[in-house]
Design a protein around this ligand. Sequence first.
Ligand code: URA
Length: 242
Amino acid sequence: MHDQYLQAMGITRWVRRESDPVVVNDIVEQVAPQVEENNEVELTVIQTPDSHMVDDLDWHGLQQQVSSCIACDLHATRSQVVFGAGSQQADWMIIGEAPGAEEEQQGLPFMGQSGQLLTGMIEAMGLKREQVYITNILKCRPPENRDPSKDEIMACHAFLRRQIELLQPKIILVFGRVAAQNLLDTDKLMKDLHGKVFKYKDTDIPVVTTYHPAYLLRAPSEKRKAWNDLQVAMRIVAGETS
Ligand code: URA
């Protein structure tokens, strides 16, 4: 039925087949040294956001908090944060790793080549991008597109958790190893995680992980596995499995 979209994923023939992950310490205080003109070092206390600090925030308040966040070093190199995009009433929440250069420039997640493939995958499921909510585990771009550090992910986690609480999605679809391992608080590899159904820590929200579109662009033969994973998620949302 969605052949043209499946083609967008680069798949030509189809056979139908079938955490607080990391609770940031109650209030983690980092001491950021700032060098004054006279070379004396002034110590500024930065509070890493934790769930208590964002608990009461609505979408707007949360976005403002993210925009002014200085909880990790990425604030110094970012040109803008990438908070998330899509419907705040969405059943589907899509979580990737971190913004790249194009995403940072536009302030929107998944804009580049992997974004195009992600759009194809969303459409293959019979959805439009505007119908889902897309964000990343990190709201700021790591320089040189390096992997996010554990500290950066911890510093950002309360924001993601609040986004999940506000959205209350029917499903969370996680793209890529880094996002999957951190969201599920595991060091298992994608081969052991993809296509299985987990629950987001302390909730009943199902989590399905699949391969990152950037990986699928490098390894197109894996797209078939990704499509199977998406079908697992579709069945959950359709109420066919839990
Ligand atoms: N890769 C991601 O994981 N997220 C983006 O927003 C863009 C590329």
